[in-house]
Design a binder for this molecule. Sequence first.
Ligand SMILES: NC(=O)c1ccc[n+]([C@@H]2O[C@H](COP(=O)([O-])OP(=O)(O)OC[C@H]3O[C@@H](n4cnc5c(N)ncnc54)[C@H](OP(=O)(O)O)[C@@H]3O)[C@@H](O)[C@H]2O)c1
Length: 413
Amino acid sequence: MSSKITIGLFGFGVVGEGLYNVINESKIQDAQIKTIVVKDKNKSRSIGKDHFSFDPEDILEDESINLVVELINDAAAAYDIVTTALKRKKNVVSANKKLIAEHLDELIALARENDVSFLYEAAVGGAIPVVRNLEEYYNNDLLTSVEGIVNGTTNYILTQLAAGGTYQETLKTAQELGFAEIDPTLDVDGFDAKFKLTLLLKHAFGVSADYRKIQQIGIRNIKAADAAYAKEKGYKIKLLARAERIEDGVLGYVAPHFITNTNLLYNVNDEFNGIVVEGAFADRQLFYGKGAGSYPTASAVLSDISAIKYAYKYEYKKATDNNLKLSGNFLVKVYVGSEFVELINEIPFVRIDEVFQSEGYSYQTGWVDFSELQKFQLNSIPGLSVIFLPEPILHKSKAKGLEVSKKQYQVEF
Ligand SMILES: NC(=O)c1ccc[n+]([C@@H]2O[C@H](COP(=O)([O-])OP(=O)(O)OC[C@H]3O[C@@H](n4cnc5c(N)ncnc54)[C@H](OP(=O)(O)O)[C@@H]3O)[C@@H](O)[C@H]2O)c1
């Protein structure tokens, strides 16, 4: 493409307005926003009304626009915008993890058919440049795992819980500070992290995962008693999106974890994000930074815009080379806590390591078959907290030696 980039921008909210300012301030050469399409005709704006249109065709039909930047908060409308733009041979940059997780393979195919770029660095980890690094830098290393704190809202809440707050109090403060939505479900139940994990799985391991089938456990059931357990053991609780090579494929899930201070994510606190990439040769590396916010997210969008200038495209080489699939063939080491022992007893432990019972609170730790855990809608069982313990994974072929401490839990592998 010509090196001159003429941008049609959808959305002028937190990120869209940030991008407008960042482009003006960065004085990026040869890239300019020609048209901005938004939705609400009555909203007051920080720049003049003549900058805005309300008709998507003002961008999509304009042949002089060679890049559509999609920064709206409506995944269904974004689908129409992005697919139409790609079909009309326009490059697309998006930050919309929900849209991309839901339609990734279809959007990749459309971009390929039309020989245009489709980039989305800002969709995972905000300002943290993890997508392109996984795609390019870690192209040759044998990656073993990627684990990340990729949702700032939940990390903020968990940090406050560790400092003695309650879940409800901290959620309210997070909403007042603008870190959490009024309906926090997507964040606290782990959906947002799962959308991002879907993209990480693709770029780290070449795995096409149906995000609906990825197990996610959120943080809404975590209680002060769990935070007290963490404190006593020297752990912190972090909501992790994890992908790891295992014997027969790749595991992928989102769940709260107790982590020790040897984990590089231990000091990723408040609304910050961190992603640890582990490779056979590079060992462990930590990406750390702002996972959201106007300018940090806009900076990742700007980086994609610059990449479009040299016609950069993700190649998805690992998808072609590896042919890996998601596997549920492993056991997880978990802590299960509740006020009600009968709820804990519903979880089919393969082995129980620790049992604690008191009048107000009980917990058990031990090993559970992940595919059994997947049968529970754990976010919807109020009062039951399920938190993965450090070093939580054991492949089933290595589980034969697990001592079974209670007869009724005996299983054959
Ligand atoms: N906020 C962050 O820190 C962050 C970080 C990473 C990724 N993202 C992603 O970036 C995207 C934008 O997020 P945001 O926080 O900037 O959202 P936002 O502040 O809520 O702004 C949304 C914008 O989208 C516009 N819009 C909604 N539906 C539209 C439609 N059908 N046609 C045209 N414009 C439409 C709205 O128009 P009006 O102004 O007329 O209402 C508004 O300008 C989302 O996909 C989000 O997941 C956000």
